[in-house]
Design a protein around this ligand. Sequence first.
Ligand SMILES: [Zn+2]
Length: 515
Amino acid sequence: MYSIVKSAVLRGVEGILIQVEADISPGMPSFEMVGFLASEVKEAKERVRIALKNSGILLPPRRITINFMPGDLRKSGSWFDLAVAAAILRAMNEIPEGILKRSLIFGEVGLNGEVLPVRGMLPAAVLARDHQIPLMFVPESNLQEASVLDGVVVIPVASVEDFIRICKSQNPEKSACRVRTTQKQAEYREDYSEIRGQRMVKRACEIAAAGMHNLLMIGPPGSGKTMAAKRLPTILPNMTKEEMLSLAQVYSVSGKFQVLQEDDVFQIQRPFQAPHHTITAQGMCGGGRYPVPGAVSLAHKGVLFLDEFPEFPRPVIELLRQPLEDKKIRIARLEGTYEYPCDFLLLAAMNPCRCGYYPDLKKCRCTPSSVRRYLSKISRPILDRIDMTVETKSIPASELFRQKPGESSEQIRRRVQAAHEIQRQRFLKKDYSFNSQIPSKDMECWCEVNAETQAYLEELSGRESFSARGYYKLLRTARTIADLEGSEKIQMCHATEASAFRMAKRKYWEGQDEL
Ligand SMILES: [Zn+2]
């Protein structure tokens, strides 16, 4: 007897369809699995044999051969167990053929016949939809992530016995489940109104959020850098449906889907990842024997906050260059290349020197060379990828209490939301979504300035010897400031405000020719 069932392998967040064949022939009893398999896939043999026995199915004393197709694609992971069991059950004529023909099958099985959860069920569902495969069997605990997508009927199974019963039933689709999720705006305990003073810092955060500009905050300890950073999520608009799906796939392959969805409530706020500076390169950018996404991908469509930026190991900081540029990260493995999206806003905070008080020479105990060494931990190529820098200043407590509470996060978010909407309309037919991502070839089209502003920008870039890259960054920031005001053209005031967010870089990294 011969049978065939469908499953998939994952490369990053992309699924590739595979088929599992089973053949049972007369001959010396044996159980072989072939088809370019990683060792853990070969082990499925023992798990499946015992799981079937404990589910009341004894394998016949014959030659059993399992083949995975296509043969040139290396199969790794443990989620093929249920597909192998299904192929054998079909070849033994224990379950009907019809249901298998229209299904994708996933799940690891335990020796007692239990079907255990696996990673990546959302990308698997995307694959099913794209290949017009109407049904999907998934482990019971993966039901929520598999049902995010419309258009695929999801059948959760708790055990091999459960699977057999559903396949044999008159109408297997009746066992399908869908978790209806509601979306909820997060409630934050923090608010920007709690930050008194620091007008420039708050404004920088608003602009960064509005155009998804990378932002570096530099200033002494206790000047409110972390406080401002932690409040950034409170002014970020909700994700669009497309953004949500893209992010949910990353969390699904990380095995972290439950972070996004608690009970039946889907979190629609953008992610905020703040890894500690002891993070490894792998933790930051992803990797491992069985690759998983790193912090940059978990921050996809949201914010990656790196506090104490120079304290991160240099190789880890340098690794950020490629993801900042490409918005995706590739990890090469024997079986192929894994690709994870990582379109995030980089928010970094740092002291200007080791003691933290430079350039306040009354307080700073560092030598000039030590200050230079400290600042140079942030390399030129990384600085080049940061659109805005802002200085934070300590405010004496006496002065602090004289300041009135600032605008609330809610008020700021409304402006940011409106700017996002303008950009959504503007870039509708483009493969980028925010001002910070406008490629140089499209600059003229989107960043129109009047003659007076043009003259100012030319004078400024001559005086400060801007590189073309630096000039474009200034213009992109000015575009966002204009959008926050709802102005179609970039006006003089937008350009001057944008240039103010390049001054700190000039001050601390003088000698580097780009501002
Ligand atoms: Zn110092």
